[in-house]
Design a protein around this ligand. Structure first.
Ligand SMILES: Nc1nc2c(ncn2[C@@H]2O[C@H](COP(=O)(O)OP(=O)(O)OP(=O)(O)O)[C@@H](O)[C@H]2O)c(=O)[nH]1
Ligand SMILES: [Mg+2]
Ligand SMILES: [Zn+2]
Length: 348
């Protein structure tokens, strides 16, 4: 039986079943042994199709858990697909679609649990739930650390326009693209759409992340009404989100095999925030993009840019001069403290 190979991207995983979208333009057919070395590339008729695979084979032996956004090598046979490719669950008895390997990752995050992200929309509501700049700043640092392009999204701006302007000022000053959304995306979604068109390239992935209830799924619905994602009102009592989105899912933005993807992710709670993946405290200053002009300018090379005197620390001086937003430096101090403690714990 002819064996084919192609590439796919994991869109979602639920109960041990992974949806994989075949993305490769080319595939290879090999008649076992006989045609080795011969170039049999053709355009895959399956590009853009979604197949479901059980987490068997390579997943079982792989130490790392497959992540949403992983690119995988997929092999299949003629018999793998019945009339409708969309509803195949073809893993039975060697005739099915088999994931033979997970391709090397460009990046992997713990929160949101995703591989190969290219752009991260750090989403924060101006009110309901109350914005937590430190959570946004931590996400921004993580994106920078992994070379994922960060974008700041401020939602529910109509609920507190002055807070919206204040936050816009902070993040624009720090050098991030910032988008303001009001009325469930009725205002502002166009600008996000235009930004995505211009900056998210073929095959790339952008994710929306932030606290529960900030309106990530709502915005995705505004951008792509056909998605009809579930949303729900924040709790009246606690003003917190209800954790409506339960798992990370990638949505292809068109039917092209190599189109970009957008990801909806489950909202964070304050507790999740503690368990974020992180890195060494020495790396932290380099993940604050507005610190860049000042690094290397401090009096002492081992300056931590935390409690030093302004006379000695170029970063502290820039904060006092209003060049670096104070709230960003406050987040830096808090994150530095977390990393310092984490590192001393690691050494024990
Ligand atoms: N007033 C106002 N409400 C909004 C806006 N955007 C979203 N909402 C509401 O906020 C609530 C939460 O929205 P969701 O889209 O479910 O939030 P989410 O970020 O996806 O939440 P999780 O899935 O729990 O992470 C819903 O009731 C939305 O209608 C907005 O711009 N203005
Ligand atoms: Mg949601
Ligand atoms: Zn310094």
């Amino acid at each position: 039986m002819e064996q084919y190979r192609t590439h796919g991207k994991i869109l979602r995983g639920l109960g041990g079943l992974y949806d994989i979208r075949l993305i490769s333009q080319e595939y290879h057919a090999t008649l076992r042994g006989e045609k080795d070395g011969e170039d049999l590339s053709e355009t895959s008729p399956l590009g853009g199709k979604v197949v479901s695979c059980r987490a068997r084979g390579v997943f079982r032996y792989h130490k790392e858990k497959p992540l949403i956004g992983d690119e995988v090598c997929v092999s299949y046979t003629d018999a793998s697909f019945t009339s409708s490719v969309e509803d195949v669950i073809p893993d039975a008895n060697g005739t099915g679609v088999v994931v033979s390997s997970i391709l090397p990752r460009r990046s992997a995050l713990i929160r949101p649990p995703m591989a190969n992200l290219d752009m991260l929309f750090v989403t924060m509501a101006c009110a309901s739930p109350e914005p937590i700049p430190q959570m946004a700043d931590k996400l921004l640092c993580i994106a920078e650390y992994h070379h994922i392009a960060p974008v700041v999204l401020l939602t529910k701006c109509e609920l507190d326009p002055s807070r919206a302007e204040e936050l816009r000022g902070i993040y624009e000053k720090s050098g991030f693209p910032v988008f303001l959304l009001s009325e469930r995306g009725a205002e502002g979604a166009d600008a996000v759409q235009a930004y995505l068109r211009e900056h998210l390239l073929r095959g790339q992935t952008a994710a929306f992340a932030g606290a529960s209830g900030v309106g990530k799924s709502t915005l995705l619905n505004a951008l792509f009404p056909e998605l009809q994602l579930e949303t729900s009102a924040v709790s009246e009592k606690t003003e917190r989100g209800r954790h409506t989105t339960r798992c990370v899912t990638l949505y292809p933005v068109s039917s092209d095999a190599d189109c970009p993807y957008l990801a909806d992710t489950p909202g964070f709670s304050a507790l999740d925030f503690e368990q974020f993946d992180f890195f060494g405290k020495e790396d932290l200053p380099h993940t604050m993009r507005e610190f860049a002009p000042y690094l290397g300018q401090c009096r002492y090379t081992n300056c931590s840019h935390t409690k030093e005197r302004a006379a000695d620390c170029a970063v502290v001086r820039a904060v006092e001069a209003g060049e670096i937003p104070r709230s960003r430096h406050e987040s830096f101090l808090a994150l530095y403290e977390v990393l310092k403690n984490k590192n001393s714990w690691d050494k024990k």
